[in-house]
Ligand binder design. Structure first.
Ligand code: ADP
Length: 177
């Protein structure tokens, strides 16, 4: 019996994904209902490279994924060049942008910068398979779901750290891709 192999089969995506049980919840954006100010606050309060987009906080149904740097650039551009976009404007990732709300500023639709089909695996996916998927698809991150609800995220660096732990090696020394 190979002890390492047995252990690897027992490590699942849920063991490697963030947030850990003691961490603050996953930072997500909703596909509608958040203002430019609120989105900017999420960006300012965190240092993540990206954010999953969910249908609503209640459903946590995955809609897409957006890179932090694309968000920053697009909001800055819109504030500068797009008529009427202010902090109170609603940010949308939806297919349709409703007409200007009564008295309110126009909405800012950022669907064009969203990855519409980010890769998602279930929390029960074994890590050896997850590592294979990362390698073969050249992923930077993947999302973890259960019954359609978003639970967490695994980045390439999370995988490298996990592999280093498994083999007691320096993450930098593991050749990836
Ligand atoms: P990297 O892992 O390359 O440093 P990030 O800076 O995006 O990439 O992520 C740092 C850590 O935070 C990782 O452990 C990752 O799993 C986690 N993480 C990434 N995005 C989010 C998010 N939106 N909400 C909560 N945790 C996240």
């Amino acid at each position: 019996l190979e002890p390492k192999e047995e252990f690897e089969h027992k490590t699942l995506a849920m063991d490697v994904m963030r947030p850990r049980r003691s961490d603050p919840p996953l930072s997500v954006l909703t596909q509608s209902g958040m203002s430019v100010d609120q989105v900017e606050a999420v960006i300012a309060d965190t240092s993540y490279s990206g954010f999953p987009i969910v249908m609503s906080q209640e459903s946590q149904r995955l809609v897409g994924f957006v890179l932090q740097r694309d968000l920053v650039i697009s909001i800055e551009n819109a504030r500068r060049c797009q008529e009427g976009i202010v902090g109170a404007s609603q940010v949308l990732f939806t297919e349709h942008t409703p007409g200007q709300p009564h008295g309110g500023p126009p909405a800012l639709n950022l669907r064009s910068i969203m990855d519409l089909s980010p890769l998602a695996i279930t929390d029960h996916t074994p890590m050896d398979i997850t590592v294979d998927i990362f390698r073969k698809l050249g992923l930077r991150q993947c999302l973890v779901t259960r019954n359609g609800r978003l639970l967490g995220i695994i980045t390439k660096k999370d995988i490298l750290k996990h592999m280093a732990q498994m083999t007691n090696r320096d993450p930098e020394s593991i050749l990836f891709n």
